[in-house]
Design a binder for this molecule. Sequence first.
Ligand SMILES: [Fe+2]
Ligand SMILES: [Fe+2]
Length: 295
Amino acid sequence: MKKKPFVLGLVAVAIAYLAGAYYLYRKLLFPILSSREVLTYIWVVASGFLLFITFSLYYILAFQRQLKEQKVRQRKSSSKLQKANEGALKALIHALNYRDHDTWDHSTRVAAYATALAEHMGLPQSELEKIALAGYLHDIGKIGVPDRILLKKSNLLPEEWETIKRHPELGYEIIHELEFLNSAADIILLHHERYDGSGYPLGLRGEKIPLLARIFSVADALDAMTSERPYRAARSMAEAFGEVRSLAGVQFCPKCVKALEELGVENLSQIQQRAKDHKIKEFQPEDLIPCSDII
Ligand SMILES: [Fe+2]
Ligand SMILES: [Fe+2]
């Protein structure tokens, strides 16, 4: 900000005050002043204030212009940052998709189930965005699981299970490094916790598990149950509902199971069908990274 006009304005006011002091001094010593002296005084005071107003206006206008330029610069840099964030998110998603396409299909369905469930439970938009992001990325840690284990068609050995069980922590390590994805990192870390405390990696129990992670675990399991596995056929949505219901208070949060039942088999079957028809696979990162979060 240029200070010169403001300083000049102050100088003008100082001159006006000096003229006032001189006038007072003359008036006290010589009560009768010539009309020329009175006119000169008025002229000096008026021009001092006029100069002050002119310089102040100039100063205010320059300040406003600078604010406007700063806002434009800020908008440009936040839109650049948003593009960079979208790029990073797309890169992560492509990496997961190319590494293990089944995991990617599973992620899109889980994102859809979890968002529908959270919406039904009345969670705000910001939480829905968080849970959708977590849906797409929750198994990103599987990138760190060797192919011989990740793609194994037969039953896993106990030590192979232990390797698989590291994926929530690996996912958390990858995601929490990116500030704009931080909000999803906790769900990623806790998506295999169980309501009775027998889950992993932290073994949290009951409502100590954040609500979004509890909702998420229902959606994740629902998709696992309704998907085909090398060792068993896919169950129907109604069968999966029955199994989830039987595990309320054991593996799943009873409130989330109740919400799932209210949402109903039909609604969730429709979401599943839309995913199969590739109608919910058009991923739009910009929908999940609102500008307001970045500015
Ligand atoms: Fe997982
Ligand atoms: Fe999963």
